[in-house]
Write a protein that binds this ligand. Sequence first.
Ligand SMILES: Cc1cc2nc3c(=O)[nH]c(=O)nc-3n(C[C@H](O)[C@H](O)[C@H](O)COP(=O)(O)OP(=O)(O)OC[C@H]3O[C@@H](n4cnc5c(N)ncnc54)[C@H](O)[C@@H]3O)c2cc1C
Length: 379
Amino acid sequence: MPKRIVIIGGGAGGTITANLLARNLYRQLVSGHVVINMITDKAEHVYQPGFLYVVFDKVRPDEIVRKQKEILDQNINLFVDPAVKIDKENKIVRTQSGKEFPYDFLVIATGSRIVPEDIPGLKEGGHWFYDMEGAKKLRQALKDFSGGRIAITVGVPHKCPVAPLEMTFMLYEYFKQKEMLDKVELFYTYPINRLHSLEPVANWAVPEFEKKGIKSETFFNMEEIDAEKKVVRSMEGSELNYDLLITVPPHKGAPVIADSGFGKDGWIPTNKKTLHNEGSDDVYVVGDTTNLPISKAGSTAHFESHIVAERISSEITEGFSETEYDGKVICFVETSFDEATYIWFNYKTPPTPVPPSKMIHWMKLGYNRLYWLSAKGIL
Ligand SMILES: Cc1cc2nc3c(=O)[nH]c(=O)nc-3n(C[C@H](O)[C@H](O)[C@H](O)COP(=O)(O)OP(=O)(O)OC[C@H]3O[C@@H](n4cnc5c(N)ncnc54)[C@H](O)[C@@H]3O)c2cc1C
């Protein structure tokens, strides 16, 4: 009987893990001693950081989408058929079409999703850039915008913690280039008592906001939006008027996670070093769906994928594995249309943003193109 590896979710984490496993276990795969089945819910793979650039017309939507089949190693079996139940006791994943996938090792990489419907009025009154449709709508809204207050409001937890700051800085640059800064007020809100969840990033952002005249309010948790009056109300009791509202809506994990009893709101209890689902030694968790106290980011998913692929390969070939995740994350942060900074950090070392430069911006643009090599497990 071959060892059966099942991976749920064909996004950043699932795809990198699958491709690395296919490379590490090539001989076992072609000889039939190992089988890798990927179960995902879409035939297309989207590079989500590209949404920021779609909003500002810097990339075409089709530049950030590829067919999942084309980026997966040919020895991996791909099933575009959403998982609806993970039966941990019997070690089986069930899909919407009624198929059953027994596993010896399971990797859950179902990511996170936005739930704008959780905030009354948000769908009617707000924009977002966290999916393709939202990014395209916002692109049009910016083209039509003639002036007034743009409120940027953020719900937590959310993926890519630096994206709302990037959006704010890019908006500033957009209106600067359109010579409209005298007609536009940028107003940023954040749920805790500073501008960002990572304290060094929050401290770094303060003078950047001051230089650009960006206003802000902290301790602002979106409660409801009155789309008619164009007002956002916060749980803390304040009201913010807007002419254009750009939000980072609240996030949850995939419904299959909560439906299978893995974790409230889709966040799975995960061992911070081994990346096992707590209490299991054959279920691993990668990417946004973990409950780890680190950024939900593509780079996190990437580094975690290397650990999980190494662990499973070693467990199959050697019978044990000691590889552990150190919490490493790297994020580039666009600070305009031609400059960026970056941060790296792990469980022990906090981030230190460096002064923005054109070179870092070009590195970010370069990575945007190289992502597909990263997804293939080559980079
Ligand atoms: C606007 C924006 C900007 C960003 N910028 C950056 C950045 O600059 N740097 C960075 O590192 N990260 C960035 N990110 C975050 C990054 O895209 C995510 O953190 C990363 O994609 C997480 O990988 P994942 O594999 O956990 O989830 P995903 O890549 O979202 O993949 C999850 C997959 O699971 C599938 N799935 C869900 N439910 C099921 C089911 N029931 N059955 C089967 N399949 C299922 C989904 O369709 C999806 O394909 C950004 C994200 C956004 C939205």
